[in-house]
Design a binder for this molecule. Structure first.
Ligand code: UDP
Length: 238
């Protein structure tokens, strides 16, 4: 049986209730339970890239604080993803799956350094890998980190968990007439300037033909379905 390998991008907003900030362990447990169910029962290798927006986004923080340098603010955002990773690691292990927290920023006391071949090895022996620290470089977001990891880990698909059902022609929370797309090309996402993931991540996936599946993580069972490869949400491809 062929093994499916996915990289799942979970935004920081999934680590707390809708509209909240910080970390809420009940929200993290919900994520953990769904991920663990698939990891235990199905032939799916799972890498997770965590965002940090529930704690701090570098660009926003800089915009509101003159006293900070922009690069510093981005490093603070990267550290936020490690905080989320630590919480998710305990939650997933509590429900019985093996994990490794790997970080792009060296932080030996709490996490392994990200080393591609080691990450692949963890996946092959059934560990869920939690990929923190983004790319390790400022001025990009964890969307770009997710695209990067999906490519270098030879994932079958990049899964992007969001708070809407998929890709729309406009923000469905603001425009009731926004059109929903079951599939859309990378070029159309770029041409229509749809803010589904940051442009760098779309460009990277487009260049290398990495499929992106965008789905609503707040719909019960969706995370599980997406991990298993069910056709929900929107597929972005060629
Ligand atoms: N970040 C960065 N480099 C990276 C990944 C993230 O500088 O490779 C910083 C950036 O400031 C970003 C913050 O970390 O705003 C948190 O990540 P992100 O905004 O992607 O989190 P999400 O919106 O997914 O919760």
């Amino acid at each position: 049986m062929s093994v499916r390998r996915v990289v799942l991008k979970i935004s920081g907003e999934c680590f707390c209730p809708a509209g909240g900030r910080g970390i809420s362990m009940p929200s993290v447990m919900l994520l953990a339970e769904q991920v663990a169910k698939v990891a235990k029962d199905d032939n799916v290798q799972i890498g997770i890239v965590m965002g940090g927006g529930n704690i701090l986004r570098g660009g926003q923080f800089k915009a509101n604080n003159n006293a900070i340098q922009e690069s510093t603010a981005h490093y603070m955002g990267m550290l936020a993803t490690v905080i989320n990773g630590l919480a998710l690691q305990d939650a997933i292990e509590l429900v019985g799956c093996d994990t490794r927290l790997m970080t792009a920023l060296p932080m030996d006391v709490v996490a392994e350094p990200y080393i591609r071949r080691r990450a692949i090895r963890h996946l092959e022996v059934g560990r869920i890998i939690l990929l923190a620290g983004g790319t390790g470089s400022p001025f990009v977001t964890t969307d770009t980190a997710a695209a990067q990891r999906a490519l270098e880990l030879n994932a079958d698909c990049l899964l992007k968990a969001t708070k809407v059902d998929g890709v729309y022609s406009d923000d469905p929370e603001k425009n009731k007439d926004a059109q929903f797309y079951e599939t859309i090309t990378y070029d159309d996402v770029r041409r229509q300037n749809l803010r589904v993931m940051d442009p760098e991540s779309i460009a990277k996936c487009a260049e290398h033909g990495m499929a992106i599946q965008v789905f609503n993580f707040r719909t019960e069972g969706n995370l599980e379905r997406a991990l298993k490869g069910e056709r929900i949400g929107t597929i972005i491809g060629k």
